[in-house]
Design a binder for this molecule. Sequence first.
Ligand SMILES: [Mn+2]
Length: 390
Amino acid sequence: MKFIHTADWHLGKLLKEHSMTEDQAWLLENRFLPLVDEEKPDVILLSGDVYDRSYPPEEAVELFDRMTEEIVGKRKIPFIIISGNHDSAERLAVASRLLSRQGLYIFGPLTLVKPVVLEDKYGQVAFLPLPYAEPARVRVMMNALDIPGAEEVHSFEAAEKVLVDHVISLLPDGGKGMRKIALAHAFAAGGSPSESERPLSIGGYDRISDDIFASYDYTALGHLHRPQKTKADSEKIQYSGSLMRYSFDEVNQKKGVIVGDMDGEGKVHTVFHELKPLHDVRILEGLFDDLMGEGVEPSEDYLQIVLSDEKPVIDAMPKLRTKFPNALGVEQDMGYKEDSGDRRVHLEKMSDEEILRDFVHHFRDRDLTEEEEKLSLAVWDRVYRKENAQ
Ligand SMILES: [Mn+2]
């Protein structure tokens, strides 16, 4: 059984107010579909956050519609999708019972969750869809179905466990002897997050143990945007990561999909395939004149520009945009160095002038110039005179 595992498409995503939908369409058409044609998987798995918002923009819905036609309609590849925390489970899964007869399996509402069984030359493989599930939702919806344990669900871990047990119980003979692949949208403990994920809850309460997935031959996870394995030495439980870089703290992350192959024993071998976007998302750092000079190529990438000039650059953004039209943000760090935190000074024993000198020395790695020294003394002088006059 050959599969492609992808997740966190976030169609309709805005990166600093800029719509990524055109770039997402380009990537899916020019990178993802060609990979599908090359690999010819038996099934494609999308582990949640199809859209960036529960009310996605029209062009995002249109793109998703087009992709289902490309994958299921034209290529006849079964496509299994679960909803994530950014999706509306109900809206995503509209007409899903009907569509499942065509090979498009979308799982959102918990009451409609059930296994998908596909066959390869070795026999049956069960796919267990576990859409994103808040504890309260599991408690109410699953309890209404008299699912054992649902009443006591008060944590993400308990919610996932009840859901897993329920889906397994729907398989003939509890799925004994069948190879199993789970799809889940959750924060498995040990994983490392990025800025573009919306936290499921505050304070680490959203973390669940990956032991929950231990009995499956493979678990296709969504939610964390960095591709990663929950255990470094095992290919069995993995995040494919998001389709593209969706925040500037992801600039060093490779983005793509996982191509997996499962043998007759359920042993899975996976390969990560990077998908290069039309425009990269990256940080560009330097002096304003250097960046605008001939040494730096013009670029249409999505850029966060960090200017290291000591003096503020006036109207930096419109000027930078003449060369970098997709610059989305500019920071002026004025050449400050990071505070290493080991400054052991006793501020209360220092005069105001000394504190300023120390500050400049620390952050600029130099002393005040004569002009700055004069200016600072003049300022302090005025401050003291005002204080004394009061
Ligand atoms: Mn996500």
